[in-house]
Design a protein around this ligand. Sequence first.
Ligand SMILES: C[S@@+](CC[C@H](N)C(=O)[O-])C[C@H]1O[C@@H](n2cnc3c(N)ncnc32)[C@H](O)[C@@H]1O
Ligand SMILES: [Zn+2]
Length: 272
Amino acid sequence: MTLHVARGLLRCPHCAADLNADGARWVCAAGHSFDVAKQGYLNLAAGPEPANADTAAMLEARGRVLSSGLFGFVSRALDEHVPLTGIETVLEAGAGTGHYLAELVEARPPARGLALDVSRAAARRAARAHHRVASLVADVWRGLPVRTGAVDVVLCVFAPRNLPEFARVLRPDGRLLVVTPTAAHLAGLRARYGLLGIDDDKQTRLRSAASDRFELEHTRTYRLQATIAADLVDDVIRMGPNAFHDPPHADAAEQIELSVELSVFRPVSITA
Ligand SMILES: C[S@@+](CC[C@H](N)C(=O)[O-])C[C@H]1O[C@@H](n2cnc3c(N)ncnc32)[C@H](O)[C@@H]1O
Ligand SMILES: [Zn+2]
């Protein structure tokens, strides 16, 4: 049980009052209460899981891909952009397995992490990701169940972005790190297997959406070419939303190109 690391960080998703641990539940002063699941995560979602939440099978595929080291270049890029000292709290929105968050807090003791995802299957895995990571089920579009100004770093890796909420939970000197795929990411594989496309304007849209609350401090593209075995090709295809469209299985090794952009944003103070 690692939820105790969330002490002092959470707020009630219904009324925004502070949320505090009370035995096996978390409660606010207005009497809203949330049970800790037996797998160790706290469910703060208001309703049922949406249809696009990652499934257990997608999480397993993602787990195998991440442990293969294929996305190690993304871990290194994130690590380079988070200071090694002075970091108390890192939040990952759309955390999936909690892999990147666990690596960052592991290298920055006693930093603690909040892994937030709308998928219960993700929350189950993230609850086991690291002893200093608390796992929460919540929908980023319904507001973050996190206190204002409580977080040093918000991570958002291939996941939905609620920029006003990211700005609210960050400390004034905090940073938002966003990783998005570029148009070249897995382009060959996508063409060959008829997979979902990547919006060419993703980066431009991110910058303009962020511009009223954040200043772009740094941006860089990271690329990797690799030849991977057929099993891993299948996992790369099925670890994301393509899994919902039942793509064909890979029958041979493939040479692939991974290409992502990391953007680091600093919150700007809003004057009324
Ligand atoms: C492509 S995965 C990325 C996971 C992880 N960041 C990684 O890179 O390994 C996107 C994640 O966002 C989650 N997600 C999708 N919509 C969400 C929402 N509205 N609120 C919170 N999480 C969401 C999915 O369940 C999934 O785990
Ligand atoms: Zn409440």
